[in-house]
Design a protein around this ligand. Sequence first.
Ligand code: ZN
Length: 111
Amino acid sequence: MTVSYYCKSCKKINKIKTKAKNRFELQQEIGNEINYRCTSCGTLENRHINRLSADPNYTIFFISLFVSVILTVLLWNVGFIAMVTLMLPFWAYFDSLKKANLFNKTRVRNN
Ligand SMILES: [Zn+2]
């Protein structure tokens, strides 16, 4: 999961990679707040993890799109199965979108 936040000084998006699948796991991993230096301007920011938002995994979408195009070309003569492989990247994308939405909906308690 990739979570991101806007830098207050330069308005650029900073991305943080994490193994956490939801905000509770993120809290266990990094605590209630992040202490992060902006990659663009170097401003150190304190941000409560409730204010981080998750992004869908676009890498998965592009990898599966690539795989799907190859499979579709290879399986074209087989017929209908080619349509199934074409659906694969969209399925992977919506799955990651769903996970990101779920992450964004949950809030950890303020301690
Ligand atoms: Zn910045």
